[in-house]
Design a protein around this ligand. Structure first.
Ligand code: BDP
Length: 710
């Protein structure tokens, strides 16, 4: 059990359950073309039933009136004489009916039929044989993943920006790898959770992806993913006409540039006829963009939109993550969080109809706690896509267990109250609130060659849940987790209860021991984004800025006295954040600069809350290894040991976090912990008091994380 099949293991049900199960006699997939998703669905069903029930069903493409599982599109069903009820299916939606010895899996399109098949298989794998008859439609048309894979020119495999599971499954030595087995396995995982598109290369894009060898390689990637209904797109580098095309400019209004991108689009379309679209990061973190040529971001987006328009329904995902990392933070009014709305507010209505704006869930960057990006309330004439992050860049990089759906749901369920009308983020990104045809979800996933995909078995629950939530954002985060657990580790109640309890405790615990009250992940911001380094948050353009000094802490983002950020929300929400009294405690320091002695709604002071929360969070992490022991012997040793190792590490690292942050603020504020714990661990055996072989003493940065600080 090395994790390669993730939640698609199709492990055999117990013998009694297998014997009791009644299943139709054969499989009919109403498309015999090997590259079609319906064909794929038939093969997958065969494989799954063989694994789960040890039954070897024949697969044909000829319809039958006898006992069968029939898979196909609405059209294929009706044209072969199949009787269907009145259906109201959206693109990618499906109808699933299980009755006696007849199972019907009907997709609005081929992809939908495949999704319905995976749904059926998920039931079988969980030992669920109930009769059902229902329709299921995705909440939004765009449900994509973003890979941040590099095309490094050297080395055997491409590296992955913020990837923690080894090198790329797509690229090596500046080219697309020959063996795309892992790519098609990845597409299979995506399809099983309803994901329909992928951007394969880093947003910090390498122009060499567009050379002729790689164009052909892109065609091969698309071929590998197409049978799973996954469409491929790429990130583009705005400067390509200059750097690759040797033009003198990349100005989006220049005729030569327009022509150059038009040719590229034609070339792409020739290799990938069902090309999904392009993702563009422009004028951000030193990436080139239209602002360099005094053009608007909309001019930049429309350049690509017009280039791809003649070739099918491909789209431009233009990223709202545009900010100046050289911003001068000594200016009290400067605020990186303002950037997205500042840049995009006036552009609504200026984008072509095949452009969507991809917005990170918070205004900064995937922090452990952020308010919802106010930009979701500003784009009424352009579709919005929410960008989430499965790869745990700031949240322990898969060395810490952090189950993310509770965080995501906090964002998706937030009501922006645009025009005083209910405006939940999930209804904005479904396209419903502003009546947008194109809208949806993107998540930075960054799987690598490691057989566990993400480098950690438990982290895969986040990937699984991402797909499930993009399909249906009101789904319950615990039941998603329970499904995942049953499929990944088995149905034993102890396994389910253990994983559920730890996972549901994990985000609050992580927030507690890393940075609470909206002060964000106090990590090493200019370096690897790993481990505590609160002092790196201020004094540079990348940081989150805590404005901590000897007496007070927090960013004043009010309109009346601060950076004005709270005024970017619709009036009701803005009023809530503007006032320190109505700002929820968990975002207090995001919006307000207050004394360490400020009382919270709990009655505690800010500084005492810091101390207590860090102790509480670390204490929870201490219980994880012990909790995990409950599943020993109930799951395979290989995955048991790998998870145990990580949880043990997390327990230790949570202590490092706790003490580093607490010591840092104790030093800064000189306010003692009421319980006198901070800086006071008489029972601890310090490394320098021990005699150890084979170790050298090194300087640890930041010094608060080092042993012997006191
Ligand atoms: C930050 C990452 C950086 C990405 C950037 C982005 O640290 O590696 O390039 O976001 O999303 O989270 O463009």
């Amino acid at each position: 059990e090395n994790g390669i099949d993730a939640w698609l293991r199709y492990a055999a049900l117990p013998c009694d359950a297998r014997k009791a199960a009644s299943i139709p006699a054969g499989i009919v997939a109403l498309n015999g073309t090997e590259t079609s998703p319906v064909y794929t669905a038939g093969q997958e069903l065969h494989k799954g039933i063989l694994g789960i029930l040890h039954k070897d069903l024949a697969v044909t493409s000829t319809p039958t009136n006898g006992s069968s599982i029939t898979i196909g599109t609405v059209n294929a069903f009706t044209s072969t004489g199949g009787a269907l009820p009145e259906l109201d299916l959206k693109d990618d939606g499906f109808w699933l009916s299980i009755k006696n010895d007849s199972v019907q899996i009907v997709g609005q399109n081929e992809r939908g039929a495949l999704y319905g098949t995976f749904q059926y298989l998920s039931m079988l794998a969980q030992g669920n044989f109930t009769e059902v008859a229902y329709e299921s439609n995705p909440s939004a048309p765009i449900r994509w993943v973003n890979q941040w894979d590099n095309m490094d020119d050297t080395g055997t495999h491409g590296s992955i920006e913020r990837g923690y599971a080894g090198p790329s499954i797509f690229f090596a030595e500046g080219l697309i790898v020959e063996d795309l087995t892992r790519v098609s396995q990845y597409a299979r995982l995506m399809a099983s959770i309803g994901l329909n598109g992928i951007i394969v290369n880093n947003v910090n894009a390498n122009v060499n992806l567009l050379n002729s060898t790689n164009m052909a390689g892109l065609g091969r990637i698309a071929d590998a993913m197409r049978p799973w209904g996954v469409r491929m797109g790429i990130s583009l580098n705005f400067d390509s006409p200059r750097t690759l095309g040797k033009l003198t400019t990349a100005d989006p209004l220049d005729e030569g540039v327009i022509q150059w991108w038009g040719d590229i689009a034609t070339d792409l379309h020739n290799h990938v006829p069902d090309f999904a679209g392009v993702l563009v990061k422009a004028n951000s973190e030193s990436q080139p963009g239209p602002l360099t040529y005094n053009r608007t971001l909309a001019d930049g987006a429309n350049l690509f939109a017009r280039a791809i328009k003649p070739h099918g329904d491909a789209i431009v995902m233009f990223r709202a993550f545009v900010y100046d990392n050289k911003i001068n933070q000594t200016n009290w009014k400067a605020d990186r969080a303002n950037a997205a709305v500042d840049f995009f507010r006036d552009l609504d209505g200026k984008f072509d109809d095949n452009v969507v704006v991809q917005i990170k869930y918070g205004p900064i960057d995937f922090q452990v706690r952020e308010p919802v990006s106010p930009l979701f309330g500003h784009l009424e004439q352009t579709g919005s896509v929410i960008e989430l992050q499965v790869t745990q860049e700031y949240l322990g990089q898969q060395c810490h267990l952090v189950y993310l759906p509770p965080l995501w749901k906090t964002i998706l369920n937030f009501d922006m109250k645009v025009d005083n009308k209910p405006s939940l983020v999930r209804d904005i990104v479904s396209g419903e609130r502003f009546n947008q045809k194109l809208a949806g979800y993107a998540a930075v996933v960054n799987v690598g060659t490691n057989t566990s995909w993400l480098g950690s078995h438990l982290a895969m629950s986040n990937f699984y849940a991402y797909g499930r939530l993009a399909w249906e954002p009101t789904s319950d985060d615990v039941s998603i987790l329970e499904d995942w657990t049953r499929l990944t580790f088995g149905s034993d109640r102890t396994i389910i209860d253990t994983i559920t309890k730890m996972s549901m405790e994990s985000w609050p615990a992580h927030e507690n021991y890393t940075g609470n009250l909206g002060i964000q992940s106090l990590t090493d911001i200019t370096g690897p984004h790993y481990g505590p380094k609160p002092q790196s948050q201020d004094g540079n353009g990348w940081g989150q800025w805590t404005r901590a000094d000897a007496t007070s802490i927090g960013m004043d983002r009010t309109v009346w006295n601060g950076t004005g950020y709270s005024g970017q929300y619709p009036p009701e929400v803005a009023a809530m954040y503007e006032d320190v009294e109505t700002t929820p405690d968990d975002l207090l320091l995001w919006f307000h600069h207050v004394p360490y002695t400020q009382k919270l709604k709990s009655g505690k002071t800010v500084i005492q809350h810091f101390y207590d929360a860090h102790y509480d969070g670390a204490a929870v992490a201490q219980t994880f290894p012990k909790q995990w022991e409950a599943v020993k012997g109930l799951i395979d040793d290989e995955r048991y040991d790998e998870v145990a190792f990580r949880l043990e590490y997390q327990a230790g690292h949570a202590l490092v976090w706790r003490d580093a942050i607490n010591n840092f603020y104790f030093n800064m504020s000189s306010i003692k912990d009421e319980q006198d714990r901070v800086g006071n661990h008489p029972w601890r055996i310090e490394a320098e008091d021990m005699e150890l072989d084979g170790y050298t003493v090194i300087q640890v940065d930041p010094f608060e994380t080092a042993s012997g600080f006191h």
